[in-house]
Design a protein around this ligand. Sequence first.
Ligand code: DAH
Length: 343
Amino acid sequence: MSERLASVEFLGRLEAEGVAAIEAAASLNELDEVRIRYLGRSGQLAGVLSRIGEAPPEARPRIGAAANAAKQRLQEAHDARQAALERSEGGGREVADLTLPGRRVWSGGVHPITRVIDEICEIFRELGFSKVRGPEAETEWYNFQALNIPLEHPAADMWDTFYLADGILLRSHTSPVQARIMETHEPPVRVVVPGLCYRRDPFDPTHAPAFEQIEGLAVDEGIDFVEFRSTIDHFVHRFFGRQTRTRFRPAYFPFTEPSAEVDVSCHMCGGAGCSTCKGTGWIEIMGSGMVHPAVFEAVGYDPERYTGYAFGMGPARIAMARYRIPDIRLFYEGDVRFLEQFR
Ligand code: DAH
């Protein structure tokens, strides 16, 4: 007896076979073929329903119900398999969000203080100054005596110094490089000296125990205060802008005579007085002066023949003024969120 194609038993086998084929489908394309074979308009299930007339009339309602149940289970198996294949195929269509910005390779930048140092040295390079360096571990001789600062003199207390050993210290300023350069070079000398200095200072909003300085030194026959002033004026105009004014205030340093502190008009208020300049209208940028004859004598230059000027400035303070940074410690903490703003 041939099998009745429109029968409950046949539907049961068809369903089992269909579910197995669906679960075995290895790709979305294969799954679609299986779906068409079983659930399509001219697929297996549709074939059974078209032959329902061949079954005895009393069996037809049961066959119809079984066909609907088989269709539903095949559809469920199909949907589950489809979801699983979508997750694993092609990186998963729903997983990748193509609207997200791409991941950039992180790149570093130049530290704002280094940038200020480079800019300052470049302005002086155009004026004929070479960039030189000196040691951070220094002797008392270069840090003090060669600069006309006797150790027992109260002036030595202007620099609260870290000692490494007897007579050896961490330089408290870049001025010792003046003496080192003059000892090894004949005039004319024009140098700028960027580098780190160390002082027993608290780490507070305006002080750091390790900080950069840029020293400047020019020595030749016939250098006078006018050349000194005009060089500094030129630097201020180049670095801070044409509208910035310069003021020389009398000061005292053992290695210069006369000595001056140089102020620039406050770029925030233009000189009217504000919180950046603490109401004075001026911001101090450097110590300076005409090189003291005693320094020339210490390094073997003839003070009757040569004259010169020297200056020392703090790039961190200058960067604070330029970028309106309220606390010097921000430059040294290495917080990328702060540093990234200067790239
Ligand atoms: N060395 C001084 C300091 O650290 C700054 C200074 C003042 C440097 C006057 C100079 C100068 O060359 O002429 O406080």
